[in-house]
Design a protein around this ligand. Sequence first.
Ligand code: NAG
Ligand code: NAG
Ligand code: NAG
Ligand code: NAG
Ligand code: NAG
Ligand code: NAG
Ligand code: NAG
Length: 364
Amino acid sequence: MKPFQQPRLLVTALTFILCLSTVTAAPHPKVSLSWTLTPTNSTQQFRGLSPVSKKVIWVSGTNGTVLRTTNGGSKWTNVSPTFPSENSTAFQFRDIHAWSEKVAVVLSIGNGNASRIYRTHDGGESWARTFVNEEQAAFYDCMAFEQEKGREGHGVAMSDPVDGRFRLLETWDGGLHWRILSTNGTMPPALAGEAGFAASGTCIEAAAGRWYIATGGVNPGRIFRSAGIERGWSVANSSIAGGAAAGVFSVRFRDSKHGIAVGGDFEKPTANVDIASWSRDGGVSWNKAESFPGGYRSGLSWVPGRRDVAVSVGTSGSDITLDRGRNWARIDNGTFDAVECISKDQCWASGSKGRVARLELHKL
Ligand SMILES: *[C@@H]1O[C@H](CO)[C@@H](O)[C@H](O)[C@H]1NC(C)=O
Ligand SMILES: *[C@@H]1O[C@H](CO)[C@@H](O)[C@H](O)[C@H]1NC(C)=O
Ligand SMILES: *[C@@H]1O[C@H](CO)[C@@H](O)[C@H](O)[C@H]1NC(C)=O
Ligand SMILES: *[C@@H]1O[C@H](CO)[C@@H](O)[C@H](O)[C@H]1NC(C)=O
Ligand SMILES: *[C@@H]1O[C@H](CO)[C@@H](O)[C@H](O)[C@H]1NC(C)=O
Ligand SMILES: *[C@@H]1O[C@H](CO)[C@@H](O)[C@H](O)[C@H]1NC(C)=O
Ligand SMILES: *[C@@H]1O[C@H](CO)[C@@H](O)[C@H](O)[C@H]1NC(C)=O
C-alpha cells in the first residue's frame, strides 16, 4: 500500500524542551532533545534509512534516489542506480538496508515490475538488479534482515497479499539471490482490504530470530509473528485503529518479548487516539499505550543500550518513550517518515523535502 502525503515544509532544525515528568508518574529530569538537519541538497522524500555507523548512513527515496554519507552527514553523495535502459526516476526506493559503506540493497515499491531490488557492493558506483517482480498482484512494501552474527545475509521482503496471503521473498546472501516463499500452508490468510504500508521500511521486522509484519486497511491493524520463517506464522489484533489509510505502520522488537508498534491514519496526521501499542509476550497480545504520540507515526526505533527507550516519527512530529511504549512524549514537530537509532546516544531520521537529521541523546 502506498501512502501519499504532502508533508509540511520545515526548513530549520527545531529545539524543544521536553519535560518528561508531565507524562510519567515518576519524576524525571528535564532533557533537551533536538534534531539537527544535515545538508542533503535534495528535495526528494526519503522513506528508506539505514545508518551503519555514526559515520556511514544511507537514505533512499523518490525519483530513484539513493544518497550516502561517509562522514556523519557533513556531505551527502548521490549514488543512485542508473541504467541506460531504464527510467530509474520512476522508482520510489521506499526501503534500504546497508551493511557497510560499500554494500547495500534498495527496494523499489509499486505495481508489477516497479517492485524490484537493486544491490551494490562498491558504495553505489555500480548496482545489480537482483529481483524484478513478475506477479501483477504483488506490491512489495518493505524488507528486513537479521542482525545476528552468521545470519546477517538472511532477509525477507514483504508484498501485499497475492491469492489472499502476504507474499514473502527470501534471501540468504544479502540480497544477491531471492526466492518467493510459499505461504499457503504457513501463514494465516489476509483479511479483505488488508495490506502493509510502504512508509518507512519497517512494516516487516526481524529481531532475536523472530519475524513480525505490521498491517492496516482493516480495523484494528494486525501484527503477524513468526518464531522462524520455516516455522509458520500467527496473527494478533493490535490496539491500533485501522481503516482505508490507517493501521499499524511500524513494528519493532527489542528482544524476543518486548515489542512496540505505531501507526494511525496518514490522511489525519494529527489524530492521536489508538495509534500506539506495546507487547511483552512476543506479540501474542498487544496493549494500548497510556499516552499516545502526537499524531500519525510511520517510523519507530528502539534506542540500543537504553533498555526502555524508543523514538517514533511521523509527518506531524516525533516522540520518545522511556517506558517501553506505555507513554510517549513529543520532542519535535518537524516532519519525518523513518527513524533508526544506532547507539545509546544517536538516532537518525529521514523524510520529505530532503530532510535527514541526527538526534543526540547524550543528555538523556
Ligand atoms: C546542490 O544541487 C544543485 C542542483 O542539483 C547543484 O547544482 C549543486 O551543485 C548542489 N550543491 C552542492 C553543494 O552539492
Ligand atoms: C530526478 O532526478 C534527476 C537526476 O537524477 C533530476 O534531473 C530530476 O530533476 C529529478 N526530478 C525531480 C522531479 O526531482
Ligand atoms: C520516467 O518516469 C517519470 C515518473 O514516472 C515520468 O514522469 C517520465 O515521463 C518518465 N520518462 C520517460 C523518458 O519515460
Ligand atoms: C514493465 O511493465 C511495463 C508495463 O507495465 C512494460 O511496458 C515494461 O516493458 C516492463 N518492463 C520490464 C523490464 O519488464
Ligand atoms: C496457494 O493457494 C492459492 C489459492 O488459495 C492458489 O491459487 C495457489 O496456486 C497456491 N499456491 C501454491 C504455491 O500452492
Ligand atoms: C480482532 O478484531 C476483530 C475485529 O474487531 C474481531 O472480530 C476479532 O474477534 C478480534 N480477534 C481477537 C482474537 O480478539
Ligand atoms: C508541537 O505543537 C503542539 C501543537 O501545536 C504544541 O502544543 C507543542 O508545544 C509543540 N511541541 C513541541 C515539542 O514543540
